[in-house]
Structures are given as structure tokens and as C-alpha cells.
Design a protein around this ligand. Structure first.
Ligand code: MG
Length: 396
């Protein structure tokens, strides 16, 4: 949408002037409302702001069987939430994470209290609304990521602003995203690396006895810089140090979560000896985790699914910066709905790993694009989502 990034709207006509005033009074102040707010209510009757919050499970088919130290799968389930009001639909997605005892079914079972809260609250007072959401719904961070993204997408659409513009971020400052290569046979590893030809940096899953074979397969077809992710797979600090420095010799520029999250003192020891930076992923879920990680890690991998969404992720980025840590923004395997939300924050981070939608075969939406690895944010309002060509998205 060509005019959406300008933040300007035509002055309201006489017919919707009252709507415009109501919109400004509601705290918008900056731009004319995109859809009349209250003028539909007949004179003498209270305006009705029907809001509907809903959620469903998305079944995503993987292009290749996805294997890491933790699991192997051909299908992943995520939660898709909608926030509907004033004729606009905001979308959000979250991927429940097994390691934290989350599942799509358990998340949907917690939708009712969240729905009641969000349907009765003022979306433009969303900070207080989300604080109450976190209080009422313990755990279920994927659900909260989906709900907060859906409402925030709606706000962006309502204001006619891409979310990154609403947040005051520079879309020219986006980083390159890596393309992840899951653990596989040497032959399939080579094929996946060849399929990732457009990406200048690859993220390779390691953490098993087969690491040397995996890296040999990668190096047989490319000399690109690598980032490696052990997903807590190495068993002790001596093994981890040997592998990390060997990987550094193989062109790895950083390593994620070499040892289990609980082995923080061993990771601190490792950091003093490793030749490449160490990033926390499984050790870093929420803003309050970050202060104790400083000194043991060089950076953190922030994921909306782990922390509960865009606004918590934004808080994590600022807390990490205050502790001198580098920031990566990552993802779970999800559709473009989740990628679009995380992508909005990429102008604030050093590294991005937002390839989750590229690993699936039935992505219903599109938003950001990737050119030679660089993230190009959509200038459409909100999360910038639209049904992928040839699909109708997901019908409510
Ligand atoms: Mg990781």
C-alpha cells in the first residue's frame, strides 16, 4: 500500500467528521481514523464497539523433516489468533514450545479468560491490557504472543501505519537473516545448503556426535560464514570448548546455547576460552532472565514465542542492551504471521534468524520479504500481512 508509510490521511468528510473527532479523543491524535468509530450508532443510542477475539490451531507442513537435538517432526502446530473490531481483523501467531511444556491444545484451552479481557478492554490502552493479560493467564507464552500481535496488528491497521513505523524504527536498518539447516544426512544437508543459495549466512544445527560429518557436508558445497546452534546438546564444558574452537576454524562466527541452560557457570568458563561469541537461547526466555546472563554470554536470542510477544520482546531488547549484550531475534517454525511480528523489531537487533516460514510448505500469508538474506519490511499497515498469492489466507 503506497501511502501507508507516509502516516498521512485525507481530512475526514462531513459524514465521518464525528468519527474522526471520537478517534482523536480516543487517544489517536495523529491520523484520521481508517474506519468510522462511532457514527454507525443511531442518534440517542450508545455506540456499540463489537470486538471479537478468536483462536485456532494452524497445522504447518514442513518442507523437510526438521531435526534438532530436541526433536524431529514433519508437521508443526501453532496458534493463530484474530482481533476483530470496526471491520478490521488483526492477526497474530505463536508457536507453543514443547521444552516449556506448551502445546497448541493447552494454549487454546486458556483462550476464554484472555478473550473476555481483550474483548472488553480499550485496544488503545493496550499496555495496561497486556499487563492484565499476563496476570490472568499464567504461562502459555505462545498464546500471549499470538494475542498481543493480533491486537497490535489491528492498531496498525486502524492507524494506517506499519508497526515498525508506529514504533519509530528505521526500516532501512534491518539485518540479514540466516537460513537454518536442521540436522540430517550428509546428502540432505548438502541439498538444503544448495537450496539456501540466496542466503549469505547459514545457521547450522549441531550438538550431536555427527557434528564433524555435518560441517564437512556443509563445507563440501559452500564457504559461507556459519552460525551454529547446539540447542544444549554438548554434555560438558571440555567437549563444548573443543567443538566451539574447531567450529571457529570452520568459519563459525557465533555459537548458540552450547550447554544446558542450567550449566551457567560452565558457560561462563567457556566464554573465557572460546574464540567466538556465545549466545543464550534456551537460557533466556523473559526480560528478568537477562541480568544474570551478563558475563556468562555475549548475547541473547529473543523470541516472541518464548517471552509472550512483541512488547515483551521489545523490553528484552532494551534490558539486553543495558547489560551490554548483543541481540539476536529468532523464531520457531511458524507461518509468515509470526515472522511479520518479529520482523518489525529487526531494526533494533544485531542478528536475525527469521526463517521459520521458509521451512514450511503451506504458508497462508506473506509480509516481509528476504532479498539476498536482507529483511525487507512491508510498508502495509500493522504487520503488513496479506494472503499469499494463490491462497485466501485462513478464513475465520
Ligand atoms: Mg537456538
Amino acid at each position: 500500500m503506497s501511502d501507508s508509510s507516509s502516516g498521512r490521511r485525507a481530512a475526514p468528510t462531513a459524514v465521518d467528521r464525528r468519527s474522526f473527532i471520537v478517534g482523536a479523543a480516543a487517544g489517536l491524535g495523529l491520523v484520521a481514523a481508517r474506519v468510522p468509530l462511532a457514527s454507525a450508532a443511531p442518534a440517542g443510542q450508545a455506540a456499540v464497539f463489537a470486538t471479537r477475539v478468536s483462536g485456532e490451531v494452524l497445522r504447518l507442513k514442513l518442507r523437510h523433516t526438521w531435526t534438532t537435538v530436541m526433536s524431529s517432526s514433519d508437521v508443526r502446530e501453532t496458534i493463530l489468533c484474530r482481533y476483530q473490531r470496526d471491520g478490521l481483523t488483526g492477526l497474530g501467531e505463536g508457536a507453543p514450545i514443547k521444552r516449556y511444556a506448551e502445546s497448541a491444545q493447552a494454549a487454546l484451552a486458556k483462550l476464554a479468560p484472555a478473550k473476555e479481557l481483550l474483548e472488553s478492554g480499550d485496544p488503545f490502552r493496550h499496555q495496561a491490557l497486556f499487563a492484565e493479560l499476563f496476570r490472568r493467564v499464567p504461562g502459555e507464552f505462545a498464546l500471549k504472543a499470538a494475542l498481543t500481535a493480533a491486537l497490535t496488528d489491528w492498531i496498525g491497521q486502524r492507524l494506517g501505519l506499519p508497526l515498525h513505523r508506529y514504533l519509530g524504527l528505521d526500516p532501512d536498518k534491518t539485518p540479514i537473516t540466516t537460513m537454518s539447516i536442521g540436522i540430517d544426512t550428509p546428502e540432505l544437508t548438502r541439498r538444503k545448503v544448495q537450496e539456501a543459495a540466496d542466503f549469505p549466512i547459514l545457521k547450522i544445527k549441531v550438538g550431536l556426535d555427527s557434528d564433524e560429518t555435518t560441517i564437512a557436508a556443509v563445507r563440501s558445497v559452500t564457504k559461507k560464514p556459519l552460525r551454529v546452534d547446539a540447542n544444549e546438546g554438548w554434555k560438558n564444558k571440555e567437549e563444548a570448548l573443543r567443538k566451539i574452537n574447531w567450529l571457529a576454524d570452520q568459519g563459525a562466527e557465533l555459537v548458540e546455547q552450547p550447554l544446558p541452560a542450567a550449566m551457567q557457570e560452565d558457560i561462563r568458563w567457556l566464554r573465557g576460552k572460546a574464540r567466538i561469541p556465545i549466545f543464550a537461547d534456551e537460557a533466556c526466555l523473559h526480560p528478568e532472565d537477562i541480568p544474570r546472563l551478563a558475563g556468562a554470554y555475549d548475547g541473547v536470542n529473543v523470541k516472541l514465542d518464548k517471552c509472550g510477544g512483541i512488547w515483551e520482546a521489545l523490553r528484552m531488547i532494551h534490558v539486553a542492551r543495558a547489560h551490554g549484550l548483543k541481540v539476536m531475534i529468532g523464531c520457531m517454525i511458524s507461518s509468515s504471521v509470526a515472522m511479520a511480528a518479529a520482523a518489525q523489531l529487526t531494526p533494533l537487533v544485531d542478528y536475525a534468524d527469521l526463517d521459520g516460514a521458509l521451512l514450511i510448505a503451506n504458508d497462508p500469508y506473506e509480509s516481509m520479504t528476504v532479498q539476498k538474506g536482507r529483511i525487507i519490511l512491508s510498508d502495509r499497515p500493522g504487520l503488513g500481512l496479506r494472503p499469499r498469492a494463490g491462497t485466501e489466507g485462513i478464513r475465520p
